[in-house]
Design a protein around this ligand. Structure first.
Ligand code: SAM
Length: 294
């Protein structure tokens, strides 16, 4: 295999290993090759950025080199770093990234910010939160960390996602405040919620084949495919909101690129009052909020 033969990593120091892996990933077309090479080197070698700075010429042990070679080859085949290492930092937590479950994205932190803004006056209350399409549990772990008296339910159709969410909620210390249910959106729910959040699949089916290999080959289709126009899941979720929101309740939904205004219109059609649109760090409208109409 050509890729294998171009990464020798036979001997050398921490610094030369970093240079070699970064150059290899760059040749293989990986964006931000040096950043990824650093993350893989630290994980394989079991040392930190400070250790590299202080002792760049320390030898890299044989076992660490073998591990790094394996990691680098997987990254060259476009497996994301988070999947290779099985972990992803999100909000204030290190979450497990499990096969068959969407790798949570930094963009989704915009949804957390908007949700906390909606609950600004109510942070200490015994709120009930619902996450439709809970995935890894990233959103609930972040919200439960910020809302100390809240309880939450996460729903997902995927058994892998339900298991990953339960694991992450437990690892973050929230087992007693959160339940995970397997099911189709809100079909089996009768309660009323103070906050409903969702980051549903919103990519138009016709656009899936053009996604980056990191996404197309590693995130499950069930987490991505939003139907012909990308809005199938939004329509189902928004339809259920009036039934599920408490009288003072609010909803916050993540929007795909260019979808925020249409999503806001869909929420208004169901009689929900607009409660803000928040942009992500790249300036894109990323999260849309609405409150129950009076
Ligand atoms: C884009 S992912 C979001 C995962 C997680 N909330 C996050 O933000 O990282 C969408 C999730 O919706 C789930 N899903 C798709 N269709 C569903 C349905 N009909 N009912 C419940 N969950 C569904 C998928 O399995 C996936 O976990």
């Amino acid at each position: 295999m050509t890729l294998l033969s171009t990464l020798a990593l036979d001997e050398g120091t921490r610094a030369t290993a970093l240079d070699e892996v970064a150059a290899f990933l760059d040749r293989c077309g990986v964006e931000d090759a040096r950043r990824d090479a650093r993350a893989l080197l630290f994980a394989a070698g079991g040392f930190t950025a400070a250790d590299l700075l202080l002792e760049p010429t320390a030898a890299l042990a044989g076992a660490a080199r073998a591990k790094l070679r394996d990691y680098a080859q997987r990254r060259a085949a476009r497996e994301p770093v988070s999947r290779i290492l099985g972990a992803r930092g999100f909000w204030t937590h290190d979450l497990v990234v499990a096969p068959g479950v969407l790798d949570p994205r930094p963009d989704t932190e915009t949804l957390i910010e908007l949700s906390l803004e909606l609950l600004r006056e109510r942070r200490g209350e015994a709120l009930l939160i619902l996450d439709l399409g809970v995935g890894s549990g990233a959103i609930l772990c972040a919200l439960l960390a910020e809302l100390p008296n809240a309880r939450a339910i996460g729903v997902d159709l995927s058994a892998d996602a339900c298991a990953a969410a339960a694991l992450n909620l437990s690892r973050c210390g929230f087992s007693r405040r959160a339940s995970v249910l397997r099911g189709r959106w809100a079909d089996s729910l009768a309660a009323r919620f103070d906050l409903i959040v969702s980051n549903p699949p919103y990519i138009a089916s016709g656009e899936l084949d053009a996604l980056e290999p990191e996404v197309r080959l590693h995130d499950p289709r069930l987490a991505l495919d939003g139907g012909a126009d990308g809005f199938d899941c939004y329509r189902e979720i928004v339809e259920a909101l009036p039934r599920l929101l408490a009288p003072t309740g609010a909803a916050a939904l993540e929007a795909g690129d260019g979808q925020a205004r249409s999503l806001a219109a869909l929420l208004a059609e169901k009689g929900l009052e607009p409660a803000g649109i928040r942009k992500d760090a790249g300036g894109r409208e990323r999260a849309v909020a609405a409150r129950r109409g009076r």
